[in-house]
Design a protein around this ligand. Structure first.
Ligand code: BG6
Length: 462
C-alpha cells in the first residue's frame, strides 16, 4: 500500500544533544541520499537565530556525521528555525506559518518525554486540514503504567498509524540482518530451538561512562535506557517465529507474540552494578542507587525456547565498546572422539556494533593421526560499519509512512512487562571498576552456562 510522503520535517529539541549527535547527520543523509527537498524546521525553547542553528549543524556534521559541502549547502537552504515555549500556543501558530503549504509534516520530538503530551496537543490544535505524523524517541514512558498513559494521550491527538516510536537499534543494519539471515535460509530454522541451542548471550558494552548525560541517566539507569528497548528488540529478532501470511505488519505481529512470552525478570536473576566514579558525574544525585550495569537471566515460556537460558548484559565504563550476540549450540548427543566435553559446542556470533560480523563457530579436526579437534570460526560477513546511520534510515521510513521498523503500542507494553519487577529496585548496586566487565556477581549469575563472551574491540583495518 503506498502512503503519502511527508512534505516537511519538523524537529523539536533542535538545539539539544540528540539533534547534535544524531539528527543533523541524519538530515544531511536524507538530503544527500534520499533526495529530500522539503522544508526542515528546527524548533527549540532557546531564542537562537537561524544562523546559530546553521552553525550548530556545521559543528554537528564536522564531529558526528562526515561534513559534505554540497549536502550541507542544500540542507541549510531548507533549514528554518522557530523559537518558543512548548506550552505557548503562539509557538505552534508560528510553526504553522513556517510550514507554509506543507500538508503532511513529520514532527520529530527530540525532547524530554515529559513534554511529549504537551507538544502533541499543541501540534494537534494547529493541524486542522493537515495529516501530521509524530516521531517519538525512547524511553516511551518510565514504567508500564506511564507508557500506557502516554499512549492514551498521544492517541487522543494522533491515530496509531501516524505515531512512530523510534528505537534506533531497529534501524541498525546488523539487527535487521539477524532476521534476514534466519529467514532467508532454510538451514537455521530446524536447529533454532531448545533441542539444539544451549544458551544465548547478548552483550552491549560501552567503554565510556555517562559523559554529560548525568541528569538524564540518573533518572533512567541501564534497565530503562537499553535493556527494556534495544536489547529486547535484539532478543526478539533472534528468537521470534517466522512472519506468516501477507499482513504488512507480519514481523511486528510475531515480535509482539514473542515478547509477550518472555517471562518477567526475576530480581534474584538480575545483577545491578554501578561504576566507581559514577556519583561524581554532574547531575547524578549523591548516593544514587541507579545502575550503570545490568546482567540478567531470561527465559521464554514457549515450546520452542522452554528452559533455554538467555543472558543479557549491558553497561557503561566497561572494558570495550561493542554489541555482540552469541548463540551457543549443544554438543552432539554422544561423544565419538572422547574429547573433554563442555555442554556446548559451536556457536553463531553476530556482532552488531561498532563493526558488523556474522560468523559460525564449529569444531574441525586438527591435521594428524589423532582424532583431535580445534574450534574454528567461519566468517559469513564482515563490514567496518553499517552502511547507513540508523536515524537516517528510520526518519526516511517515517517520511514514507512505513512503520515496520518502529515500536508498536503492544510491543512497548510487552517490553515494560518484562522489566517491571526490577524497575524500582533501590538497593545499592554493586560497585565495579572502570574498564572491567562489571561486578563479579555477573559471573556467578551465568555460572556453568558461562563464561560470558567478552566482545573484542574492533580490529584496526589497513
Ligand atoms: C542510546 C542510549 O539509546 O543508545 C545510550 O540512551 C547508548 O546510553 C546508546 O549509549 C548506544 O547506541 P549506539 O548506536 O551508539 O550503540
Amino acid at each position: 500500500m503506498s502512503r503519502p510522503v511527508s512534505d516537511a520535517i519538523v524537529f523539536f529539541g533542535a538545539t539539544g544533544d540528540l539533534a547534535k549527535k544524531q539528527i543533523f547527520p541524519a538530515l544531511e543523509g536524507l538530503v544527500r541520499d534520499e533526495g529530500v527537498d522539503a522544508p526542515i524546521i528546527g524548533v527549540a525553547r532557546e531564542g537562537w537565530s537561524l544562523d546559530q542553528l546553521k552553525a550548530r549543524a556545521r559543528e554537528s556534521l564536522s564531529s558526528h556525521g562526515g561534513f559534505d559541502d554540497k549536502a550541507f549547502a542544500k540542507l541549510t537552504s531548507l533549514l528554518r528555525f522557530v523559537a518558543g515555549d512548548y506550552t505557548d500556543p503562539s509557538t505552534y501558530a508560528r510553526l504553522r506559518q513556517a510550514l507554509g503549504e506543507a500538508k503532511r509534516p513529520l514532527h520529530y520530538l527530540a525532547i524530554p518525554p515529559s513534554l511529549f503530551a504537551t507538544v502533541a496537543e499543541g501540534l494537534a490544535k494547529q493541524s486542522a486540514g493537515t495529516e501530521p505524523r509524530l516521531v517519538i524517541e525512547k524511553p516511551f514512558g518510565h514504567s508500564r503504567e506511564s507508557a500506557r498513559q502516554l499512549d492514551r494521550i498521544l492517541n487522543r491527538f494522533f491515530p496509531e498509524e501516524c505515531i512512530f516510536r523510534i528505537d534506533h537499534y531497529l534501524g541498525k543494519e546488523p539487527v535487521q540482518n539477524i532476521l534476514y539471515t534466519r529467514f532467508a535460509n532454510s538451514m537455521f530454522e530446524p536447529i533454532w530451538n531448545r533441542t539444539h541451542i544451549d544458551s544465548i548471550q547478548i552483550t552491549m558494552a560501552e567503554n565510556f561512562g555517562v559523559r554529560d548525560r548525568g541528569k538524564f541517566y540518573d533518572e533512567t539507569g541501564a534497565i530503562r535506557d537499553v535493556l527494556q528497548n534495544h536489547m529486547l528488540q535484539v532478543l526478539a529478532n533472534l528468537t521470534m517465529d517466522p512472519p506468516t501470511g501477507e499482513e504488512c505488519d507480519a514481523v511486528r505481529e510475531q515480535k509482539a507474540a514473542l515478547l509477550k512470552s518472555v517471562r518477567p525478570l526475576d530480581p534474584a536473576q538480575v545483577v545491578r552494578g554501578q561504576y566507581a566514579d559514577y556519583q561524581s558525574v554532574p547531575g547524578v544525585k549523591p548516593n544514587s542507587t541507579v545502575e550503570t550495569f545490568v546482567a540478567a537471566r531470561l527465559f521464554i515460556d514457549s515450546w520452542r525456547w522452554a528452559d533455554v537460558p538467555i543472558y543479557v548484559r549491558a553497561g557503561k565504563a566497561l572494558s570495550a565498546t561493542a554489541a555482540e550476540v552469541m548463540v551457543y549450540f549443544k554438543r552432539p548427543p554422544r561423544e565419538t572422539f572422547a574429547e573433554i566435553a563442555p555442554p556446548k559446542s559451536g556457536h553463531m556470533r553476530i556482532r552488531i556494533s561498532p563493526d558488523v560480523c556474522i560468523a559460525e563457530g564449529l569444531r574441525l579436526k586438527l591435521p594428524g593421526n589423532a582424532l583431535k579437534g580445534e574450534n574454528v570460526e567461519l566468517v559469513l560477513t564482515e563490514q567496518e560499519s553499517a552502511f547507513k546511520p540508523p536515524y537516517q534510515r528510520l526518519l526516511h521510513d517515517a517520511m514514507l509512512g512505513v512503520g515496520d521498523l518502529f515500536g508498536r503500542q503492544d510491543i512497548v507494553d510487552a517490553q515494560w512487562r518484562i522489566v517491571e519487577p526490577v524497575l524500582d529496585e533501590n538497593s545499592a548496586p554493586i560497585p565495579y571498576a572502570r574498564g572491567s566487565w562489571g561486578p563479579d556477581e555477573a559471573n556467578q549469575l551465568i555460572g556453568p552456562d558461562g563464561p560470558w563472551h567478552n566482545p573484542l574491540p574492533p580490529t584496526p583495518r589497513p
